[in-house]
Design a protein around this ligand. Sequence first.
Ligand SMILES: N[C@@H](CCC(=O)N[C@@H](CS)C(=O)NCC(=O)O)C(=O)O
Length: 261
Amino acid sequence: MGLELYLDLLSQPCRSIYIFARSNNIPFEFKHVELFKDSVLGKRPAAGSGAEQPRAGPSNSQGTGKVNLLKKVPALKDGDFTLAECTAILLYLSRKYNTPDHWYPSDIQKRARVDEYLSWHHANIRANAPKTMWIKVLIPLFTGQPLPSEKLQEVMEGLSTSLKQFEERFLQDKAFIIGSEISLADLVAIVELMQPVGVGCDIFEDRPRLLEWRRRVEDAVGKELFFQAHEMILNIKELSNIQIDPQLKEQLAPVLMKMLK
Ligand SMILES: N[C@@H](CCC(=O)N[C@@H](CS)C(=O)NCC(=O)O)C(=O)O
């Protein structure tokens, strides 16, 4: 059995893996998991309740449960070997398929720059950028109510701080985070930063340095592939048609409403 990747291109880490695999010509079987429809979030047992329950839903969603006990995407299956966590999957693919050195350089200082970015990324860009989609699209879909604009403003302020640090600390006046070539750090960053764009918060608009970097990343992976991977999140109409499992809706709507009070 060949390499299988369990992905939903609505998810930013999934898009980084998809783009990485496709732009490096890594052969894989795309196992499509529909995050909200297949109720990936909803059917997980409460913490401490013991073994994972088998999940209802389409076959790929069952598959993800077997591949990744946390039932999250992205997930990888390579023969009997299974793996979760976006960074671990990207590194596994880069090593197994011996992808060009610039993705995760053998030079230890350049590699350390990638590691440094990835460590910072999770608590900053990753923690802030996707909130825009929750606020503008997902929470209203779950609760049936739009959110007050102050909520979005709050999120945008947090994101602005992260973007300022991204530009000043990591990008500086370089073409890419590690210098003149693209690395996993740029890929992991761009997929997150496209999330707000899809819901109408174009964070590149007033940030020319960031926009130039985005264009270089698009060119490095190939524009066609880049836009194909982002097709769904760049189409707001498709976003508002996301199918949400009714059970999941029932479960999460009151929690989300409470969180937002
Ligand atoms: N740390 C994991 C996060 C994976 C994750 O949270 N995936 C989300 C989609 S972006 C998911 O599957 N959510 C469903 C769930 O939490 O059950 C990674 O980077 O791969």
